[in-house]
Design a protein around this ligand. Structure first.
Ligand code: FAD
Length: 287
């Protein structure tokens, strides 16, 4: 089923993101996670796409997305385009069709530091969305940034570019992780003003491990509100307390988003079924 067809039924969606195993690791560690979380029947699970252009990585991502689809859970595959040409993308589209994967999160990907890796068929995610529209019947999702994309010169320029992406065929957006809901509410207002009216999933990452979150924040630039900074300062050196406090913070964030009629919650689950179950069990009555 296409993700966009799941919205508009009077409830918020609850979805998860997983990442494929690293090179030389078996997919089975992560399939165990999928087996456990399938009990809560997530609306969809998306699979990240690592090193674009690397066949090994692509194989592992497709294999994992296929496993999700076989469990009768709607699967979405992330696909980056900056290091791919049209032939690469066509070949992945064929494999997704063969494996009943109907949804793609169309991404540009981070600019490679090695210019040789970058190819020239696609410059932006909107080019990929347009190409997928012409070459198959997929549900196309796109990324969006409540605190604007780090390369953008202004929030309004970023929103204009987002509108281009939606006009190119993106029918559902998933936000970058954020920790301050007010930023997300401001962003939603800006989308409405720009006539971007596709459903938007709020991307939530529980802060359960300080070094992991520092790495993520360096990569994506999300800001840390004072309430979360106090938690990190107090419990950063105590893994158990940090885990519990990070889960509680995420639950509070999600409850507030649900009370504010968010279209969907997309949980960056870090392949951890315990985290997913703790959060889901605390918010399921509000979905
Ligand atoms: P775009 O939408 O192409 O935007 C990139 C920049 O270009 C923005 O600043 C935008 O404003 C600007 N822009 C867009 N169109 C135009 C235009 N026509 N003219 C001028 N400027 C324009 N990365 C991975 O490698 N693998 C993953 O699995 C992955 N999953 C992600 C999932 C989510 C939900 C999110 C939010 C990000 C994910 N990323 C992933 C990271 C993503 O690849 C990076 O943020 C990347 O830098 C931008 O990708 P994009 O698709 O948002 O790019």
């Amino acid at each position: 089923m296409k993700i966009k067809d799941k919205f508009g039924k009077g409830r918020a969606l609850f979805s998860l993101e997983v990442f494929p195993p690293k090179k030389d690791s078996a997919v089975t560690g992560i399939t165990r996670c999928i087996d456990e979380v399938s009990a809560i029947n997530p609306d969809y699970i998306s699979v990240t796409f690592g090193a674009a252009g690397s066949t090994d990585d692509t194989n592992r991502a497709v294999e994992l997305a296929s496993y999700i689809a076989e469990k009768d859970i709607t699967a979405s595959m992330h696909l980056t385009c900056i290091a791919s040409d049209k032939a690469d993308v066509l070949s992945i589209l064929d494999r997704l069709r063969e494996n009943n994967i109907e949804n793609i999160l169309a991404l540009r990907g981070d600019m490679p530091t090695d210019v040789c890796v970058s190819k020239h068929d696609f410059r932006f995610a909107s080019d990929l969305a347009e190409f997928i529209m012409k070459n198959g019947d997929f549900g196309i999702s796109g990324a969006c940034y409540p605190e604007m994309h780090r390369e953008s010169t202004s929030a309004s320029a970023d929103i204009k570019n987002l509108k281009r992406k939606v006009d190119a065929g993106v029918s559902h957006l998933v936000s970058q992780l954020f920790f301050d809901n007010e930023l997300f509410y401001d962003f939603r207002e800006k989308l409405a003003i720009a006539d971007i009216d596709v459903p938007v999933d709020a991307g939530i990452m529980p802060v359960t491990n300080v070094s992991q979150i520092k790495r993520m924040i360096t990569m994506c630039g999300a800001s840390i509100p004072p309430k979360l900074a106090r938690i990190i300062n107090k419990y950063g050196d105590n893994p158990t307390a940090m885990y519990d406090a990070g889960i509680s913070y995420a639950i509070d964030q999600i409850s507030d988003l649900l009370a504010s009629d968010v279209d969907g919650i997309h949980l960056y689950a870090m392949n951890n079924p315990t985290t997913v179950m703790r959060i889901y069990n605390s918010i399921k009555s509000q979905l």
